[in-house]
Design a protein around this ligand. Structure first.
Ligand SMILES: Nc1ncnc2c1ncn2[C@@H]1O[C@H](COP(=O)(O)OP(=O)(O)OP(=O)(O)O)[C@@H](O)[C@H]1O
Ligand SMILES: [Mg+2]
Length: 264
């Protein structure tokens, strides 16, 4: 399906998301939060921090979204819930249409592994493993046999431009290359959505650019991408920006629609 790009908006005046037709609206939702709250408690059971205070967000298949906000506004808390690394205290989270509260630990872990690719600011590669083996790790947990793991890992490393670094260890790579290995790992199980918390946060701006270019390529191929950033120039490359303030959505705006890929 081809979708006409909307007219580019001046960057200083992004539109409210609701003011522009969402070109992805007829696609299934990859993530839907309803009234999500997250409270961190002290050991004595009293409330320490209300990190999220009622968040409603809908993200459709194929969107490219940045989550912004000041330090402490709840971005990582939100991303950890979206990535099923943490659970809301209140409210509902539907991941690809399924209520994660209705799944047991094993079911959720399997579903998460097939649905979400997660990228961390600090790469989180295993230093003892080669690049190829790092990328293949998620497939090992899914019981994929060795030859197939190898084939798929090499394919994703080719996609991120590291087909010539298969036998290297992470420490033998630059920061940008390590993050590309982490992205290849996040993609190896063919997820429906890529989630990343400050994926360029540990990189200089030139190396960060490599990662943004790669995200744009993945998005053009139909991948849904959700990224936390505190950098305006990074957020400005996305299609939609959700800004948090003190644990609530301050605003949610659509900047543009990029060429929309095949989607799935
Ligand atoms: N495990 C925790 N226990 C208690 N409080 C926490 C915990 N994690 C986060 N918080 C608090 O929740 C609030 C939101 O934190 P969060 O890490 O989500 O912010 P952030 O927007 O990601 O900030 P930054 O830009 O600095 O990464 C902060 O006040 C923080 O101190
Ligand atoms: Mg954070």
């Amino acid at each position: 399906m081809m979708i006409e790009p909307t007219t580019a908006q001046p960057e200083s005046l992004p539109l409210e998301a609701g003011d522009v037709p969402n070109p992805y609206a007829d696609r299934p939702m990859v993530a839907q939060l309803k009234g999500v709250q997250k409270v961190y408690y002290k050991p004595d059971g009293s409330v320490m921090v209300k990190a999220l205070r009622g968040v409603d967000i809908e993200i459709h298949q194929g969107e490219y979204v940045a989550i912004m906000g000041a330090s402490g506004s709840g971005k990582s808390t939100l991303m950890n819930i979206l990535g099923c690394l943490d659970q809301p205290t209140e409210g509902q989270y539907l991941l690809a249409g399924k209520d994660i509260n209705e799944m047991d630990d094993e079911g959720l872990s399997q579903f998460r592994g097939r649905t979400i690719g997660f990228v961390f600011q600090a790469f989180n590669l295993i230093p003892q493993l080669t690049v190829e083996d790092n990328v293949a790790v998620p497939l090992f947990y899914q019981g994929v046999e060795a030859g197939e793991r190898r084939k798929r890992a090499i394919e994703k490393l080719g996609l991120v431009g590291l087909g010539d670094r298969l036998g290297h260890r992470p420490r033998e790579l630059s920061g940008g290359q390590q993050q590309r290995v982490a992205i290849a790992r996040s993609l190896v199980a063919e997820p429906r959505v890529l989630m990343a918390d400050e994926p360029t946060g540990n990189l200089d701006s030139k190396t960060g650019e490599e990662i943004l270019t790669l995200f744009e390529k993945l998005h053009a191929g139909g991948m849904s991408i959700l990224m936390v950033t505190h950098d305006d120039s990074v957020a400005d490359r996305c299609e939609r920006v959700i800004r948090l303030r003190d644990g609530v959505v301050e605003w949610d705006r659509r900047l543009r629609t990029r060429a929309v890929g095949a989607g799935s």
